[in-house]
Design a protein around this ligand. Structure first.
Ligand code: B12
Length: 500
């Protein structure tokens, strides 16, 4: 029988603002790489083991790995689940598998990860072509074979070897359809009312902005003249229509979570797709990260109205900072007047769309007053909900420092985008200011936000608004307050099945 190349997402804690059945989205990266392997490496068996939606804990995962006996275990994670990945790597190594790691976290800490001795190869950047070349090189098991694979790091005689950069896939339509059949598709969003039958889908890769704190444009950036530059690539509307037909008709998906860093970067594609969905009578809800300036552009051209008619019912906008200076400091090229206009358009012309804005605090020079200004702004902009994200020193950004590395992965549990007294660089004064503002700062603008969320836009929007408000109140009262008073780690929730 062919050797098994197994992608694994191990059990892990849950982010407190998602429901249990929307906590874990189909791992699109694995499905996409698995499809490439099936197309180009028919002499391998390819499988994906996505433990969280199966509520599979560590004991069951170990049994499963022993039964399947993979030759290669592939993993890739957010920083916050580093400890789980290293635990998986230890397990896989003990069973004699080769271990490879990739994605937006491991790619930026390759030397450290390799020196743990738990991982054989780290992949940098886009993975599809890399795994196709890597699979035979791993089988050959020589440094020379690995050195010929672009876009990886590995250890040779104790030294880290980083191979030449992996060229980007120019035309995303060349990618095979993701291997959805390898995933427990019916489990995602199974009991969710607001995101039923959740699917993950991408219309583009990369971003055209270069925000200082973000890894996304770096992970999918173009490497030229020894530098990574922002770069966006798109799938065509016709290709996406094919994907959505399969996802909705064969896999019963009813809500698409666009994973694009910037879903509306292209001025025409999203509306063209929405038009096709309407023509084909495909009704599917959609949520997406969008840019405010592109949204204003699309409102003027009429594209936004088409996107909303085509199913877009939830948008997230990175506002980040309360003023022009702050935006410049993080290299974000949208402006507050444009962001204000974008939310006003959504509130007035598309009240059925649930809107969320994210803000970043904890930059050098921030004071409690900065946090209060951010909090006030979140209500003045007509969004339905705001997230306040602490600056997190993600590997790959200038805020990362090598001394933050931790061989157990435990300290990365604080890279959870939640206010937390134990996060590196955490600032209790800022977090107290945020907590106190949340408890006592009840302005007319804030009351209007809640009223709009509850009274305008229909039942779905009301449900989403209430659900998030309840989770936020619980998190502030329980996670944040306890964290600030006792120094405990705030946040991620270990599911009851974690060790099972
Ligand atoms: C969907 C999503 C979620 C979902 C589902 C999460 C889940 N675990 O199921 C939700 C909304 C619940 C969520 C929550 C969180 N998320 Co999230 N999420 C994403 C998102 C939008 C999409 C991921 C995706 O499918 N990308 C598309 C695929 C095709 O791209 P890719 O993952 O980069 O994969 C390619 C390459 O990187 C590479 N690659 C990736 N893995 C591997 C592995 C191997 C072996 C190889 C060879 C190559 C390889 O090849 C792939 C194909 O080319 C990303 C942002 C983004 N656009 O990527 C953030 C992102 C991954 N999330 C992030 C974070 C921080 C979180 C949270 C901690 C906080 C939050 N809410 O934002 C929680 C943690 C949840 C948890 N317990 O795991 C950060 C991670 C940053 C970091 N370095 O740690 C990201 C990058 C967003 C950001 N703003 O920076 N998230």
């Amino acid at each position: 029988m062919n050797e098994l190349f197994l992608f694994v997402r191990p059990p892990r804690p849950m982010w407190p603002f998602n429901g249990p059945s929307t906590m874990f989205w189909p791992p699109l990266a694995f499905a996409s790489m698995a499809a490439m392997l099936r197309r180009h490496c028919p002499d391998w068996r390819v499988e994906i083991l996505d433990a969280p939606p199966l509520e599979m804990g560590w004991r069951s995962l170990e049994r499963e790995l022993r039964a399947r006996r993979p030759a290669v275990v592939a993993m890739g994670e957010e920083a916050v689940s580093c400890a789980e990945c290293l635990r998986l790597a230890r397990l896989a190594k003990a069973l004699g598998a080769k271990v490879i790691a990739g994605g937006c976290f491991f790619a930026h800490v390759a030397p450290q990860v390799l020196r743990t001795g738990l991982v054989d190869v780290v992949a940098h950047g886009e993975g599809e072509n890399t795994v196709v070349e890597l699979a035979p090189a791993l089988r050959e098991n020589s440094a020379a074979a690995l050195a010929a694979v672009a876009g990886i790091s590995f250890l040779s005689d104790g030294e880290v070897v980083r191979t030449r950069p992996r060229p980007l896939i120019k035309n995303l339509d060349d990618l095979p359809m993701p291997a959805w059949d390898l995933l427990p598709m019916r489990r995602y969003g199974a009991s969710s009312r607001n995101h039923p039958g959740l699917a993950a889908i991408e219309s583009s890769r990369g971003c055209f902005d270069a925000c200082e704190f973000c890894v996304l444009w770096r992970q999918m950036g173009n490497f030229v003249s020894e530098q990574t530059r922002p770069y966006v690539r798109f799938k065509s509307a016709s290709r996406l229509l094919e994907e959505i037909k399969i996802q909705t008709r064969e896999f019963g998906r009813r809500h698409l979570g666009w994973v694009d860093p910037c879903f509306n970067a292209h001025p025409h594609n999203p509306a063209e797709l929405a038009d096709s969905l309407l023509r084909e009578n495909i009704s599917v809800g959609q949520s997406a990260w969008v840019r405010a300036d592109c949204l204003v552009r699309d409102a003027r051209s009429g594209a936004l109205a088409t996107m909303v008619r085509g199913g877009l019912n939830e948008v997230y906008v990175g506002v980040e900072r309360p003023d022009g200076e702050g935006l410049k400091a993080v290299h974000k090229s949208t402006t507050i007047p444009i962001v204000r206009e974008a939310f006003a358009i959504l509130a007035r012309e598309h009240p059925q769309v649930f809107t969320l804005g994210t803000f970043i605090y904890g930059l050098p020079g921030d004071t409690p007053e900065t946090v209060r200004a951010i909090f006030r702004l979140s209500h003045e902009l007509e969004m339905n909900h705001a997230f306040f994200i602490p600056l997190t020193p993600l590997p790959g950004t200038p805020f990362w420092r090598d001394e933050l590395w931790d061989d157990t992965g435990e300290s990365f549990r604080d890279f959870n985008f939640l206010p937390s007294a134990t996060r590196p660089g955490s600032r209790r004064d800022l977090e107290w200011a945020l907590l106190l503002a949340a408890a006592f700062h009840w302005t007319p603008a804030r009351l209007r936000v809640y009223l709009r969320g509850l009274c305008r836009g229909g039942a779905r929007k009301r449900r989403v608004t209430l659900r998030l408000a309840a989770r936020t109140a619980w998190f502030a009262a329980h996670g944040m307050l306890r964290g600030l008073l006792t120094g405990h780690r705030a946040g991620m929730i270990f599911p009851r099945w974690y060790e099972s």
